[in-house]
Design a protein around this ligand. Sequence first.
Ligand SMILES: *[C@@H]1O[C@H](CO)[C@@H](O)[C@H](O)[C@H]1NC(C)=O
Ligand SMILES: *[C@@H]1O[C@H](CO)[C@@H](O)[C@H](O)[C@H]1NC(C)=O
Ligand SMILES: *[C@@H]1O[C@H](CO)[C@@H](O)[C@H](O)[C@H]1NC(C)=O
Ligand SMILES: *[C@@H]1O[C@H](CO)[C@@H](O)[C@H](O)[C@H]1NC(C)=O
Ligand SMILES: CC(=O)N[C@H]1CO[C@H](CO)[C@@H](O)[C@@H]1O
Length: 447
Amino acid sequence: MAHRFLASTLLLSRTSLSLTARARATVPAQYANYVTASAVVMAGGKAKKAAPKVKAQSNSFRKKKAADDDKGESGSGGATRLNEKYYKPSVPVKVEEFLPSTATKEHVGQVLGFPSTVVPALAQTAYPTLLSEQFELIKPAALVVRESTVSFLEKVDKAMKTPSSQSRIVLTGEAGSGKSALLLQTVSHCLSAGWIVIYVPKATTWMNSSFAYNKVANTTSFVQPLLASNLVGQIQNVNKSVLDKITTSETAMVGRHEVEKGTKLSALLEVGVKDQFAAQDVMEVFMKEIGAQKDIPTLVAVDEVNSFFRPTQYLSQDGKELDPEHLKLSKLFLNYISGKSTFKHGAIVAATSDTLLANKSEVLDVTLGVKEVSPYKRLSQTILPWTQGLTSVEVPNYTREEAKGVFDYYKKANVFFDAASEPLFLNKFITSNGNPRKFFTACAKGI
Ligand SMILES: *[C@@H]1O[C@H](CO)[C@@H](O)[C@H](O)[C@H]1NC(C)=O
Ligand SMILES: *[C@@H]1O[C@H](CO)[C@@H](O)[C@H](O)[C@H]1NC(C)=O
Ligand SMILES: *[C@@H]1O[C@H](CO)[C@@H](O)[C@H](O)[C@H]1NC(C)=O
Ligand SMILES: *[C@@H]1O[C@H](CO)[C@@H](O)[C@H](O)[C@H]1NC(C)=O
Ligand SMILES: CC(=O)N[C@H]1CO[C@H](CO)[C@@H](O)[C@@H]1O
């Protein structure tokens, strides 16, 4: 089954195998090599672990990796890495696992940790920036089960047997209301339930010129070889056992490689991990194949989705900002987000981000009814069609019960500067209006 490229290098260890393959990779002729991105960073701090080869290699068209962007990401550092002026070092808290069996009405208000089977999968990407602040302070990474969690996951469960074009949902809500948290719970839930999960926690990095890009000759499209290769590697590592169960339905050319019919999807992805110039093709074949089968549903989860609906920070040859549809990887995702392409079974769930106010997408906000259309303003007619048919689910502030559960969790973690009493709870709940982000700040920073 394994195709030729794999067979010839089978004896090498995984790491050296990717290294040698990478070193051999040359820019194919169809990628006119005239642009160099300003810097290269990974799709998220944690991705570095998943793809060690990136660090070691130098390709002619790629500049040095930007300064470590690990800061503030989930994982390793612990509370000591946070500013001691604002945070009290916390103690680890014992929590139950967040599983399909515990994400129920009866558990609303309980803080549950990501399951031990899911944590390694999540470590492949990175936690969303603002949540990682909490996860770094209080171990292990855990989130409260909310009423909105239970009702939303019921919706997602129903999508398991319907085409993804019918379940294209954007989580909306006020700044800090917990959109990224709910998206992450959805990712964890679907992983536990055995779905194929493609999670993009920081869509902004696809658009902000962090990754080198190459024009595809004689087209108006661009590829981002390293970004595509990183993504392929992440998907491959998330749940290999699921990907081993599906094989390709026809022989396909990916870059310079032929992948025979009947190849396991994990082996298909391996080609894109080893040769970044094949990674875009690999993604396209992969999405088509998982979309054609009905045995295993697919979740595409995209955070900071507004980035998909505004001009990127990449420039075309004549110095104009490119729209996302000109980046082949983004276009591939836009096809599924907009329902042009569909997975026979699955869902697309996205969250808007409000951390970068200047980077909001007016087109998306208008489509979702978050913002009124100004009769004087012309919306981008190239971007608008990609938003058609998206539905929104609003994530509200904490209810009192939810906030109390979180408060008790913070109390166990010993994050309070003051005595964690009932009056203190009421004070924090009222001053934050139950807004999750403000509530965290109020409790953990003593503001
Ligand atoms: C692009 O177009 C030029 C001129 O039409 C042609 O010579 C060249 O082979 C084309 N390149 C590719 C990769 O198709
Ligand atoms: C991966 O899939 C297998 C089989 O479907 C499942 O038992 C396992 O829990 C999944 N792993 C994760 C991390 O979800
Ligand atoms: C792109 O965004 C990421 C994450 O927000 C940031 O770390 C990085 O510095 C940005 N890169 C550029 C070139 O703006
Ligand atoms: C949610 O919290 C924010 C921040 O405190 C507040 O501005 C907003 O009014 C709250 N929303 C509701 C519906 O209470
Ligand atoms: C992170 C990011 O993409 N920030 C951008 C938001 O939009 C402004 C204006 O277009 C850019 O200058 C920022 O870099």
